[in-house]
Write a protein that binds this ligand. Structure first.
Ligand SMILES: NC(=O)c1ccc[n+]([C@@H]2O[C@H](COP(=O)([O-])OP(=O)(O)OC[C@H]3O[C@@H](n4cnc5c(N)ncnc54)[C@H](O)[C@@H]3O)[C@@H](O)[C@H]2O)c1
Length: 390
């Protein structure tokens, strides 16, 4: 029986993946095998001694003490891309909002309340102040071609936009997903200087912090429209406000309102609604639960933030899983112990990522507690777990 503690309310569709005969799931559970959560802050929490895995239903993991977990061999999972469609849909809306003065027009028409039968006439007379260009035929620059950026790029093509993308670290999966009609920017400057609309989909880190600043704004086309559903910190607000004032930027739509961005006619602030859909919450829960189940039942690692992806179909009778440091001869030492104890290896895989390593070895027959203890004793080993295959 595996035990799972839920630290937040998790969508039923996710929890239903854990069959009751194999799992005990509760909000209060002492010393659980695993934890599933959304935004609960784990930093002040003592990590349960038996804890093997934490699954976060969502992308960010700053509410989880990842380094501390890595030290103890606890695998931390997230759900990249599970909310991508939700964000993409709002980005497409934001492109239109940035062009067509929809939000101003809505507020203005609401302000006509009380004008009685004059309303239709006033609408026809006043509507010209809300004219804005179509997006069809305009160039959209997509910065960051991951789960969200690729979807935005592909769907913007369907809306008739000419799309250019920039991502120096694009993954193979994203490259496969991306339409071949998207132009590959030769540099960030190439994208910035040729786009009518720019949308940000890169992560926030020390390299991307304030990437939209005086310098980058200077090379953009006059009247550019910028959409930011990635993170507020990607844009230097003061520089952006200057660019709005000078007319360099016609409109900025952001999912990250801050005091200095409010009350400006050409800035549209949305209260961080990118992933706020019931579907997205469900997708995250289902993805987190299925990855956790795969780990607990089979030892496979899919979408971990601190260990490499590592999957192996079952063979043999017993699976030995170990999380360890990424140092020479870990696999060699494990296989030597098995050979010394006359245990035959049916299949194995070992993957490293940064400072961590993860190894799965399937053997014929059973393993004794004594041999497991020997493996645990190898320098650099953080966690060993045994799964009975048949
Ligand atoms: N508004 C919301 O509610 C919401 C919801 C989900 C995600 N997000 C944010 O959206 C962003 C993208 O999310 P995702 O799921 O697509 O992530 P992802 O990891 O799938 O994609 C990010 C992409 O950015 C690329 N990248 C990294 N550094 C770059 C750089 N300097 N220039 C250009 N590209 C760079 C990476 O190679 C990767 O392909 C993240 O910042 C995330 O925090 C916001």
């Amino acid at each position: 029986m595996y035990t799972i503690q839920t630290l937040n309310k998790i969508s039923l569709n996710g929890l239903e993946l854990f069959s009751r005969d194999k799992y005990e799931i509760a909000t209060e559970i002492s010393n659980p095998d695993s934890i599933i959560l959304r935004s609960f802050n784990m930093h002040d929490m003592e990590l349960p001694q038996k804890l093997k895995a934490i699954a976060r239903a969502g992308a960010g993991v700053n509410n989880i003490p990842v380094e501390k977990c890595t030290d103890k061999g606890i695998v931390v999972f997230n759900t990249p891309g599970a909310n991508a469609n939700a964000v993409k849909e709002l980005v497409l809306a934001a492109l239109l909002l940035s062009s067509r003065k929809i939000s101003k027009g809505i507020s203005w028409s609401q302000s006509l309340k009380g004008k009685g039968s004059e309303v239709p006439g006033l609408v026809e007379k006043g509507k010209s102040q809300f004219t804005g260009p179509e997006i069809k035929g305009k160039r959209l620059g997509v910065i960051g071609l991951g789960a969200i950026g690729v979807m935005v790029a592909n769907d913007a093509l369907s809306l008739g936009m000419d799309v250019i993308g920039y991502d120096p670290f694009i993954s193979i999966d994203s490259a496969w997903e991306l339409s071949s009609t998207v132009t590959k920017a030769s540099s960030l400057e190439h994208l910035l200087s040729t786009s009518d609309y720019i949308t940000l989909h890169a992560p926030y880190n020390s390299k991307t912090s304030g990437m939209i600043n005086n310098e980058s704004l200077k090379i953009m086309k006059d009247g550019v429209r910028i959409v930011n559903f990635a993170r507020g910190g990607l844009v230097a607000n003061k520089d952006l406000l200057d660019a709005i004032k000078s007319g360099k930027v016609a409109c900025y739509v952001t999912d990250f309102p801050e005091e200095d961005l409010l009350g400006n006619d050409n800035i549209i602030t949305i209260p961080h609604l990118g992933a706020s859909t019931p579907e997205s919450e469900e997708n995250c829960a289902v993805m987190a639960a299925s990855q956790l189940r795969e780990f607990l039942e089979k030892g496979n690692v899919i979408n971990s933030v601190n260990y490499a992806n590592c999957e192996l179909p079952f063979s043999g009778n017993t699976r030995i899983i170990s999380a360890h440091e990424n140092i020479p001869n870990m696999l060699g030492q494990i296989t030597t112990i098995l050979a010394e104890n006359k245990l035959n290896i049916a299949d194995m895989i070992s993957k490293n990522r940064d400072k961590t390593g993860y190894t799965i070895v399937d053997i014929d027959g059973a393993i004794s507690d004594e041999v497991v203890e020997k493996i645990k004793g190898v320098k650099g080993i953080k966690m060993v777990r045994i799964i009975k295959i048949k």
